[in-house]
Ligand binder design. Structure first.
Ligand code: FAD
Length: 418
């Protein structure tokens, strides 16, 4: 089939690669001049089975409320009143219940485990080096933080993921550069989770996809999709192009493209922040990736730089930087590795990622047999992109999928999306 993939982020590029591998003629349509220019650019670089955790967890709404008026917080709100944002928040709060967390996390884990296997195969077969480092240390500043994370930790045990809960002394032995000035309650060490350079991975996948014949059309923005009998056409800068099938992997823009054809996804664009800065003192920089559970911010070492990312801003689509988000990233750097770099002079970036209230991505056919979606990966796409790309390619090719897709397709919304 001739398949057009809309979006050149990690999800679109992985999907294109696996579609071409299955023998299809594939083109990626991307509005910017290269791949990985939006959410996949600012990625906080964590991947692996334990990393993708839904934002919707018991205790998170009250935690966010209690931190709302502090200068640093895991979430910032723009002053704009947006009815769509409040509708999304209502659904998100509904997902913050324990049974929903377990269900959502199990679905994400099924996909991220599969993804990890595929990424290992890719890295091995093509000698990919995207600055991978193993080992993530999740910091709990208080006993309450640990208590809130307990359901996720139990799930790690149930699913056989290696992990170890450490007291501060043991955590400091594991990561000697951790600041002695910052007190904390405990840390969870997950040796098989990894960090790496997401944009670099996407660029390498682009080359592999091109070797399989995938064409990349940059600086082309898709305005509309029109399903037709036996095919689909889409509008790019005034031209109409006919293909056999289209995959919408347009990140936070996916719902805008799908809504006019009656496919309504509860996808909301959440702005996420990152900061990159040169390491000044290498012995004082982290060896492991560190995730601060209080602020939901991660800090990783990428070659000679440190990258800090996280902090979600709701209600703004501008590229303006929110001071609270910057404060939060700087605080996390200063608290854990104060002398490794000057975080105030980092280059700050923000961009939208498409979040579903439950955090579990959506892939598969829509109500139109030739219009497919692969979106809503929220804060965990890198960990799930290879898996969701391969699953979708198998679905489009009419092949049996390697893992069960229950709960990952649009069927979970019933008639609302179909
Ligand atoms: C700061 C930050 C930190 C993160 N940290 C992690 C992490 O540690 N681990 C993890 O797994 N995930 C993380 N994520 C989430 C992850 O990066 C995203 O979920 C993922 O990059 C989304 O990939 P995507 O391909 O769906 O979207 P994107 O990368 O946003 O790609 C979508 C692409 O579609 C293009 N597009 C949109 N509309 C159109 C159109 N109409 N026509 C043509 N092109 C179009 C856009 O230009 C864009 O390039 C993070 C995200 C951010 C922002």
């Amino acid at each position: 089939m001739r398949v057009a993939v809309i979006g050149g982020g990690v999800v679109g590029v992985c999907t294109a690669y696996y579609l071409a591998e299955a023998g299809h003629e594939v083109a990626v349509i991307e509005r910017y001049g290269n791949v990985a220019q939006e959410a996949s650019f600012g990625n906080l670089d964590l991947m692996g089975p334990a990393s993708p955790r839904p934002w919707a967890m018991p205790g998170t709404p009250s935690k966010i409320l209690s931190m709302l008026f502090r200068p640093e917080s895991p979430v910032a709100f723009s002053s704009r009143f947006e009815p769509a944002m409040w509708g999304w928040i209502r659904r998100w709060v509904g997902e913050c219940k324990l049974p929903r967390l377990k269900l959502n996390q199990l679905r994400m884990r099924r996909l991220s485990n599969y993804s990890k296997e595929l990424m290992e195969q890719l890295a091995h077969s093509h000698s990919l080096d995207f600055q991978q480092r193993s080992g993530v240390l999740m910091m709990f500043r208080t006993a309450r933080e640990l208590q809130l994370a307990q359901p996720s930790i139990e799930l790690l045990g149930e699913l056989g993921t290696r992990h170890e809960l450490l007291d501060p002394e043991a955590a400091r032995l594991m990561e000697p550069a951790l600041s002695a000035q910052t007190s904390f309650h405990s840390a969870l060490y997950v040796p098989d989770d990894e960090a790496g350079n997401c944009p670099l991975f996407v660029r390498q996948m682009k080359t592999l996809a091109q070797n399989l014949g995938v064409e990349f059309h940059f600086n082309n923005e898709v305005q509309a999709i029109r399903p037709e009998i036996g095919g689909v056409s889409f509008q790019v800068d005034g031209r109409s192009i006919d293909v056999d099938a289209v995959v919408v992997a347009a990140g936070s823009d996916s719902s805008r493209l799908l809504k006019p054809i009656g496919v309504n996804l509860p996808l909301y664009p959440v702005k996420v922040y990152s900061a990159s800065t040169a390491i000044q003192e290498f012995e004082l920089a982290p060896q492991l990736a560190v995730y601060d559970d209080t602020y939901r911010v991660a800090l990783t070492r990428l070659g000679k730089r440190i990258r800090i990312a996280g902090c979600a801003e709701l209600g703004s689509s501008s590229v303006d930087l929110h001071q609270k988000a910057i404060n939060t990233l700087v605080k996390v750097g200063d608290d854990w590795f104060p002398n490794a770099a000057n975080y105030r002079t980092a280059s700050f970036w923000c961009g939208p990622t498409g979040m579903l209230p439950e955090g579990v991505p959506l892939l598969g056919a829509t109500r139109y047999a030739n219009v497919f979606v692969n979106a809503g990966h929220g804060s965990g796409a890198w960990a799930m992109a290879a898996g969701s790309g391969k699953l979708l390619a198998d679905m489009i090719s009419g092949r049996r999928t390697d893992i069960d897709t229950d709960g990952l397709t649009l069927a979970r919304y019933g008639d609302r999306a179909r």
